[in-house]
Design a protein around this ligand. Sequence first.
Ligand code: TRP
Length: 448
Amino acid sequence: MKIQRFSRIGFIMAAAGSAVGLGNIWKFPYMTGEYGGGAFVLVYLITIAFIGFSVMVAEMLIGALGRLDTVSSFEELAPPDKKQWKYAGFMGFNGIIIMTFYSVVIGWIFYYLFRLLNGLPSTTDKAKDIFNTLVGNEPGIQIFWHTVAVLIVGYIVYKGIKGGIEKINLILMPSLMAILFGLLFYAFTLDGFEKAFEFMFAPKWEKLNSEAIVRAVGHSFFTLSLGMGAILTYAASLPKNANITQTALIVTFMDTLIALVAGLVIFSFLFQFGAEPGQGPGLVFISLPTILKNFGTLGIFFALMFFLALAFAGITSAISLVEPVVQYLIDRFDYTRTKAVVVTSFIYWIVGIGALLSYTKEWGEMFSIGKKPLFDILEYTTDSILLPLGGLLIAIFVGYILHKDRVRAALEHEMGDRVFHIWRFSIRYIAPVALIFMMLNLMGIIKI
Ligand code: TRP
C-alpha cells in the first residue's frame, strides 16, 4: 500500500521528467533529420494532439482511480467477471526491457561528458572514430558507465517517491529547461537558425512516406511515456483532487516543447556549418561534437551543457521505467524497497551488458540472434510491439471496460461535456485503430 503522495508541482515535474527523455533530445532530432523535417514534425504533432494526449489522460486515470501498482490497479478497477484484466498490468515489466538499452545509452552520455573535458574532435572522421570505437571495441568502458547509470538510477528509486523521484525531478527538470533555453537563445543569433526553423516547420510532403508516418505515430507514444504503466504508477501517487486533464495537458505541452527546442538547437548548430541533417542515431554523438568544434572554447561549453541536459533527461526518464516494477514487487510480494530495487536493477544490468556486447566486434555474434544484435531486438520488441500493445490495452480498458459513469464522474467536471465526448471518441475509436494499424505495420504484417 502506498502512502506517499506527490505534491502538485512534484507530480507535474515527475511526469514531465518521465516524458522528456532521450526520446526528445536524441531520437526526435535524428528521426526528423532522417525523415526530411517539416512533414514528419507535423504528423508527430497531430498524433500527439489527437491520440497521445487522450491516452495520457486514460493512463493517468487508471492510476488515479486504482491508486496501486500497475497489476493491482487493473485488477481493482476491472468488473468482477473481468479480473483477468490484471494481466494488462504486466506492461510494467516492459520498463525493465527498455532499461536494458536505455541505461547503456545513458552510459554513453556519461562517457561523452567525461571525454569532452579533453576537447572536441576536429573532424567528422575523428568523431566517428570515437563513437565507433566506444561502441564496437570498448566493452569494458561501456560496462563501467552502464553500471554507473544503473547505480544512480537505482539509488534515486530506492529513495522513493517523495525523497527520491520527486526531489530529483524538481532539481533536474528546471535545470534541463534552463540549459536548453539558454542554448536556444544562442542559436537565435546564428544564421543557421532560420534554416533550422524552415527545415523543421516547412512541410516537404514529397519526403513523407508511409514509414515516416508510422514512425511518427510510434514516437509520439514513446516520447510521452505511454503504454507501459510509468504514468499510471506515478498517477497512483497523485495528490488528492488533482486535475488529471490539466496535468496531462501541461505534461504533453512540456514534452513537445522540449523536443522542438532540442531540434531547433541541434539543427541551428548543424546548419551553421553546413552539416547534413540525416545522420541517424549518431547525430548527437558524431555530428554535433564536430560542429561545435568550430565555436572554439565556447563549443566545449555548449557540448558539455548539451550532454548534461541529455544526461538529466535520461535519468529522470529511467527512474520512471524502473519504478513500476519496483512498486509491483513491493505491493504484491511484500518486498522491501531496497530488495525490489536490487533485484530489478540486477536484471536489467545483466541483460544490458548483453545488449552492449551485441554491438561489439568481439562478442557481437555471440549476442545476436540471426543477424540481429540483442540491442536491436530489445529496442524493436519494446518500441514496435509492447508499447503500442500497452497503449491499446489502456485505451480499451478505459474506453470499454471501465464503467462509463465512473469515467464520466472523474473527468467530465474537468473537461466539460463536449470535450469529454471528443476525448471518449478518441479513446474508443481513433487510438485503438491507429495503434492496431501501427503495430501491424511495424511488425511487417501489413504495408501501407
Ligand atoms: N519518454 C521517454 C523518452 O522520451 C522514455 C520513457 C520513459 C518511456 N518512460 C517510458 C517510454 C515509458 C515509454 C514508456 O525518452
